[in-house]
Design a protein around this ligand. Sequence first.
Ligand code: EPZ
Length: 434
Amino acid sequence: MDKLVIRGGNPLVGTVRVSGAKNAALPAMAAALLTDEPVILENIPQVRDIVTERNLLAAMGAEVELGYGRAQHRTTISCSNLVNEEAAYDLVRTMRASTLVLGPLVARSGHARVSLPGGCAIGARPIDLHIKGLEKLGARITQEHGYIDARADRLKGARIVFEKITVTGTEDLLMAATLAEGETLLENCACEPEVVDLAELLIKMGARIAGAGTRTIRVQGVEKLNGARHRIIPDRIEAGTFIVAAALTGGDLTVAACDPQHLGALLSKLDECGVHVATTPDSVRIVSGGPLKAADVVTEEYPGFPTDMQAQYMALATQAEGASLITENIFENRYMHAQELVRMGANIKIDGRRAVVRGKTPLSGAAVLASDLRASASLVLAALVADGETIIDRVYHLDRGYERIEEKLRSAGAQIRRIGELIPRRAPAAVESD
Ligand code: EPZ
């Protein structure tokens, strides 16, 4: 399995370009199931989860062309001849977002058989709210042998109030409602930019949607959707990861091809830490200032501080003067990175959903283990400021959501390289979070 070897100490200087958002690309690819016409998506990140999504759709009979060369960030998906409506366990267990095919499949084909995702490194993460919503739309749902089986002649519009704000739950039901008979009212929705981006694609496909980006979305169902061409938004979490890397290492870095509007909570928190940035409509420049100051953070649904930046923020807090209290409100087990940071010399105490990080503590290079996508990103950030060499194992987690991260960091002056086994073994299909 590939490892990353990082020698800390270099400030980051120059420009790194952000790729398209994994968490916008995945629902957009699933949305192609709603029509028999081609859907062309641009700015698709070249990450492992996209390949998994391609395999998932191809297994149903979809033609999925992942571009290469100049078109490497474009994909064309045609679902005109679906041969089965099944998302198999082997794929779903490697990527939970596979469950996003549930709503589109039952809406378009009247049937979907989707494996339940099972446990996850960062929390239980059930999909009960997806299922309850589909039942509200009239789907008959049974569960057996680890699979959800959903059937409906045609879904019927309904009022759905989410008990909890759920990103993929909102996306799944939004897609299902586009082909339902009559009006659907979705309340207590997620407002993440990825939800808004999906709604924009669906509207281009002919859907009638109002209110995406607010807690209440209204959908007028239509008989049929058509094909469309859509550019995926930039990855705000990848952008946030590079911004924190620059704040940690010092230097002068411009994070380009991102949308600062999507980074409000992170940038204002960094401002509290003494990190001042300059933004343009599509970039953020971080010039190192004085010492980092500790600041408490609570993860929340958008537009609050994103849980997907919590681990990276913890790495920053190890280098801030004072004690930072971190409260993880979204997932119940999202501190797997903390013990690995402690192995590098950090001072972190965990108490349930709270973590107290005391800094500034010098970090030293060590052999550490990545446990999930964002945890691995925080280990990379810590290694960039650690004394000596850090070896990060199981970086297949990182490859799931970051496109060529070591090349991008190296282009900004980081001492980072990937070492792989001469005869790389296939990454184990461990239960992974997404
Ligand atoms: C999305 O996951 C993202 N994944 C996650 O990013 C992100 O951490 C999360 O939203 C929160 O922002 C994708 O978009 C593919 P949720 P999702 O449903 O939709 C509970 C990354 O690093 N819940 O909003 O699965 C759930 O357990 C990944 O890129 C239910 O109880 O998250 C959690 O506590 C990690 N029942 C909370 O709601 C349900 O049916 C929010 O989860 C659904 C969710």
